[in-house]
Design a protein around this ligand. Structure first.
Ligand SMILES: *[C@@H]1O[C@H](CO)[C@@H](O)[C@H](O)[C@H]1NC(C)=O
Ligand SMILES: *[C@@H]1O[C@H](CO)[C@@H](O)[C@H](O)[C@H]1NC(C)=O
Ligand SMILES: *[C@@H]1O[C@H](CO)[C@@H](O)[C@H](O)[C@H]1NC(C)=O
Ligand SMILES: *[C@@H]1O[C@H](CO)[C@@H](O)[C@H](O)[C@H]1NC(C)=O
Ligand SMILES: *[C@@H]1O[C@H](CO)[C@@H](O)[C@H](O)[C@H]1NC(C)=O
Length: 358
């Protein structure tokens, strides 16, 4: 036995001594310190993760709620069997794990779970809502992840949001949609995500830290293509070529929006605001693009516009607008790219609304 180990050690030593030197580590990189700390320090990080935690909590509640309020028969009629329901249950478990992770990074002041209100009456509407809620949860994190001061917490948040991205795609599959009709998953700002999230939170523990992002006035798509998606007689499937796309580039879109000054969010604690001037454009946030189309027929808080035409990199399978995307009303059309998207906040008159393009 002893001689066997000795022989092994000898062989190992010979291999190490005869092996060439490893290549030097390339220069550069950030956040490569030996003992990273995952605790947030800056206000920007705290508030970004505070928003993310509130998002994780609603997902956890939503998945349980759907499983609790619909009967087995209702799920089966929507084509979702016991194994599909177990997958939704497992997604709730994942959310509980994400909430623990983000709470740990936030420390003692981390928010607790709240009470929520949901806009669905049927299993198909529940699945559609899950697909949209996880879309803005995912995009909301992509909007700030690369701007966090603490790269260590960004690393772990990334590892949770990649899981959420899979959830979003699975809910699209449960809805019978094409699972991922884009080349790039888009990001939105914290204020845009908070505007979408705040309307579903009704009551929170008093000690929850205030969410310090802007609430924009709400925007609605009057001729919402979601109705077409819900009416389609499609069953859950890994992928579906829809016989007709939900929307087409250039089609007319009717929009209506609220004035600022409305009380929103939980416990009457938040008010919508805007710093923008008169409404002039619809801003479409999708793929890598922030694209503007002029508003037409502006009449008070209503206007129409056209769905953008164009493709990412000019590739015909990548129309700019496809999947579950975001549209806002703006007072200007500044050039914005994904990494300076927060400069758009000052120009937002209302929105975002979710636009169900495909
Ligand atoms: C409100 O939320 C708390 C904490 O999650 C929960 O215990 C309670 O049952 C909720 N109340 C209602 C009415 O949903
Ligand atoms: C699915 O749609 C693509 C793109 O329109 C088309 O090229 C392909 O033939 C379709 N496949 C089937 C099986 O319908
Ligand atoms: C969205 O993507 C699907 C899948 O590639 C495609 O069939 C459909 O035509 C696209 N929608 C638009 C509006 O181009
Ligand atoms: C956005 O879409 C256009 C096509 O309309 C494309 O030329 C451009 O490169 C895209 N990307 C960005 C970052 O704007
Ligand atoms: C955003 O960044 C792009 C470069 O990526 C730049 O051309 C544009 O001017 C910037 N937008 C604003 C409003 O500064």
């Amino acid at each position: 036995m002893l001689s066997f180990i000795t022989a092994g050690a000898l062989l190992w030593a010979t291999l190490v001594l005869s092996s060439p030197a490893p290549p030097p580590t390339p220069q550069g990189g950030v956040g490569l310190e030996a003992t990273p700390s995952y605790h947030v320090t800056s206000d920007f990080d705290f508030q970004s993760l505070n928003l993310a935690l509130n998002q994780e909590y609603i997902e956890l509640d939503l998945f349980h709620h759907g499983l609790a309020v619909f009967s087995v028969e209702e799920f089966e009629a929507a084509g979702l069997d016991a194994e599909d329901r177990f997958l939704i249950e497992f997604m709730a478990d994942q959310e509980a794990g994400h909430a623990i992770l983000v709470s740990n990074m936030l420390g003692a002041r981390a928010a607790k779970q709240c009470n929520y209100t949901y806009p669905f009456d049927t299993v198909r509407e529940f699945v559609d809502f899950c697909q949209k809620l996880t879309r803005f949860g995912e995009s909301g994190v992509y909007g700030f992840l690369e701007h966090l001061d603490n790269r260590a917490s960004a690393e772990m948040l990334l590892q949770s949001i990649t899981t959420e991205a899979r959830q979003q795609m699975i809910f699209r599959q449960f809805e019978g949609l094409f699972p991922m009709p884009v080349y790039f998953e888009t990001g939105i700002t914290q204020s845009m995500a908070w505007t979408l999230l705040s309307r579903y939170i009704t009551h929170c523990p008093e000690e929850n830290p205030r969410i310090e992002w802007q609430n924009f006035p709400a925007l609605y798509v009057v001729n919402d293509p979601t109705q077409r998606a819900l009416a389609m007689n499609v069953t859950p499937s890994i992928t579906h070529n829809l016989s007709l796309p939900l929307t087409t580039p250039g089609q007319q879109v009717e929009l209506t929006w609220e004035d600022p000054g409305k009380t929103v969010g939980y416990d009457g604690l938040y008010t919508t605001t805007t710093t923008a001037g008169a409404p002039k454009y619809a801003a479409w946030i999708a793929q890598l693009n922030i694209t503007y189309t002029p508003l037409e027929n502006i009449n008070g808080n209503c206007a129409s516009t056209k769905q953008p035409i164009g493709e990412v990199f000019g590739v015909n399978t990548a129309p700019i607008v496809n999947g579950t995307i975001f549209v806002l009303i703006t007072d200007d059309n500044p050039v914005i790219t994904p990494a300076n998207l927060s400069l758009l906040n000052a120009h937002v008159v209302a929105g975002p609304a979710i636009y169900q393009a495909g």
